[in-house]
Structure formats: C-alpha cells, structure tokens
Design a protein around this ligand. Sequence first.
Ligand code: BTN
Length: 249
Amino acid sequence: MDVSGLNRPAPLLFEDEVDSTNLRIRDLARDGAVEGTILFAAAQTAGRGRMGRSFLSPPGGLYASMLLHASEEPARDLTLTPGVAVAVSRAIRRVSGVACGIKWPNDLILQNKKLCGILVESFTVGARRELVIGIGINVNTETFPPSLVTAISLYQATGQRCALEPLACALTEELDRFIAAWRADSACVLKDYRRLCLNLGRTVRLSDGRMGTAVDVDEAFRLLVRFPDGSEEAVSYGEVSVRGLYGYV
Ligand code: BTN
C-alpha cells in the first residue's frame, strides 16, 4: 500500500495476513511501538470480535488496529469505542460515498446489516495500561457464509469494488483527527453520533427482558431508554440488545 502522502509521527504497518491485528499490536507495544502506531492486515486467520466471538476476516476486507495509551479514567475510555464508530463512518463516506448508520454502541450498519465491527481491548505493558482500537470493515467481500446472514460488505451494498488503499488513508486521517479532538473533549462527536444512531426512536430490549424506546444518547454515550410506565434509565454498553435491526424481529 502506498500511504506516503500521510504525514504522521507514528508508523503505519502492513501485513498480508496475521492471526489478529489486535494481538499483533500487543506484541508491537511490548517491543516498544509508539502510540498511534497502526497495523493494517489484508486478512486475519483469527480475527477477534466482541464478547469472545470471532470476526471473519477474509481477503477483501480492511482490518486495522491502532495503539493508544489508556487515559487515567477508565470511564473516559468507554467513550472511545462509539466515537471511533463515527470516525470510521466518516472515512467510509469520504471514500465510497456510502452513508452508514450506527447500532448502539458501535456497529456500523448498512441496509440493516453489519458492515463494520469495532473492538477496543486493554492490556498492560509493564505498569502501563494500553489500548488497542481494532476495526474490521467488510469492503469487497462477495459472499458470507450462511451463518453470517447479518453481515454485509460495501461491494454487496453498492455493486462496486472499493480500493483499500484510499480507504486505509481516509481511516488513518479520520482516526488521527478524532483522537486529537477526543483528548480535549470525550463527547466531541456526540452530535454526529446521535444523528447516526439507528436505535433512537426504536424499541430496544434490555438483557433483563425489559422493553422500552431508545430516546437519547448521553455524554457518556449511554443509551437513554424510556419504559412504558414513563420512567427512564441510562444504560451502559453490554446491557442492551436491539430489536428491529439486522432483520431481527
Ligand atoms: C465485533 O463486532 O465483534 C468487533 C469486531 C472487531 C474486528 C476487528 S478486525 C481488526 C481487529 N483485529 C481483531 O482481531 N479484531 C479487530
């Protein structure tokens, strides 16, 4: 990939195939990689997803991980993942013209299916806590296995192939821009997030079985849910599943 036009202090690294860019970034960090280092891979053999799931990563997708020092307040770092979703959506839109939505907290959605997943993990290097922001975008994948009926690629959505190089450049620029803004204000993309969030105004089902309507996203990127009795609750990531998206009923 030629990304020589990008002028940034931290390196961009490229591999044809790795097990998981998130895992490789850990190794690189332990070998002294600097903050902001991004590793791109053309394919992954053991892509990691949220909640211990795997993330199918065949050639044709864009798989990337960025190294970041954790902040002093873990609660602040929780705002990173939804913010990154906005940054990735901007990159995709810039390069392909495709406008995707966000399923709270951080899946990018197109035609009610998942276009991109984001996984932020923390780990330690000595006494220091580090973060890796992992991003997997289904770009030119032609078909997914039947078990992944909820996945979609840009190619499937548009019928056009999207060159990976400009997308990698746009992703890098948008991530760098977002991280700089996020350091000053952890809710810097909240306005865009609310606009893109597909859950707002829709029914959500909490993991404890309660149903309500998602009415807002607060500054900590918690989802504000209104229940039929009129009460409201701000729920954090991990507590909510969503009805009506992905073709689920
Ligand atoms: C999810 O939706 O479950 C999160 C998927 C995150 C996948 C990306 S691909 C690049 C990075 N490396 C990994 O092993 N996972 C993330």
